[in-house]
Design a protein around this ligand. Structure first.
Ligand SMILES: [Zn+2]
Length: 294
């Protein structure tokens, strides 16, 4: 699948200090025509200053803060950036409920949901081998009904850097989008992305596709049978050599299987993959080597 709106663009990755979430600033156009519109994808914990530096240095004008899904290691700094630039947060409607209560929505059945405010936090950074670390984080273990007890690798890492649940804020404007027929083309000023629904890690997990002109300026190499040039931001659906975990609340193995089969393996081989954590890869490389895409 490819995306519309093939125009020059640039992408800056700001790696979050918590779980190494890849926060991406996607700017339209080429340097020299500032201010240029941009969007921010996955504002993880501690990226706000780094993002602000990119925005300032590159002469950018943020139009929205997007999330590939609603897990808190992808959304922690969204409120600060939305406020700073007076823009809404956008994510798939199926994950929007997580934004108000990011820790509560990580609590597994029987692990503290219900009567008490037991909040559990689990690392969500993928299965075997997401380089970003923390991939094998324990899910949650709030003690049922015992107040706010947060455990798990994510919570520990957050707390170690001063990010405690009590200091979390949700953006004031959170707008979910739907994906009729499985995708939606979203436009933010001069930036157009195709949002592709890819549930399994969470209900509303989304891939964002950015189409880029081919090497000769031909949009995506159209008409030449060449592989399409562009970037797909895969969040916690696909990592280099791995995939996202499905054992957190809202995750589902069978759904992930369908996503991998029907969405991920049908991506254009020429796309560069920027996962939610860990190193960049390509669709072609993952199709050839990722054991979960067999
Ligand atoms: Zn996640």
């Amino acid at each position: 699948m490819s995306a519309p709106g093939s125009v020059p663009a640039e992408v800056h990755v700001v790696v979050a200090p918590v779980f190494g979430t890849n926060c991406c600033v996607v700017a339209a156009g080429v340097a020299g025509a500032e201010p240029r519109d941009c969007v921010i994808i996955d504002a993880g914990a501690g990226v706000a200053e780094g993002v602000a530096r990119v925005v300032e240095e590159r002469g950018l004008r943020p139009r929205a803060v997007l999330a590939t899904h609603g897990h808190v290691d992808h959304t922690w700094d969204a409120a600060e950036l939305c406020e700073r630039y007076d823009v809404p947060m956008r994510l798939h409607a199926a994950d929007a409920y997580r934004i108000d209560d990011p820790f509560g929505t990580l609590v597994g059945a029987g692990a503290g949901a219900g009567a008490g405010a037991g909040a559990g936090a689990g690392a969500d950074a993928g299965g075997a081998g997401a380089e970003a670390g923390g991939n094998a984080g324990a899910v949650a273990g709030g003690r049922a009904g015992s107040g706010t007890i947060v455990s798990g690798a994510l919570a520990r890492e957050l707390a170690g850097l001063g990010f405690v649940p009590e200091s979390y804020r949700a953006p004031t404007s959170v707008r979910g989008f739907g994906t009729r027929d499985g995708f939606a083309d979203l436009t933010f000023g001069d930036v157009t992305l195709r949002a592709v629904h890819a549930p399994g890690h969470t209900e509303g997990s989304t891939l964002y596709l950015l189409d880029l002109p081919g090497p000769d300026g031909d949009p995506g190499g159209r008409g030449k049978g060449a592989a399409r040039s562009g970037i797909v931001f895969t969040g916690d659906v696909l990592f280099a050599g791995s995939i996202g975990r499905t054992d957190l609340p809202g995750g589902d193995d069978a759904t992930m299987g369908a996503t991998l089969r029907d969405v991920v393996t049908r991506l254009d081989a020429g796309l560069t993959v920027v996962p939610g954590h860990g190193p960049t890869t390509t669709v072609e490389h993952e199709l050839a080597t990722n054991p979960y895409l067999g």
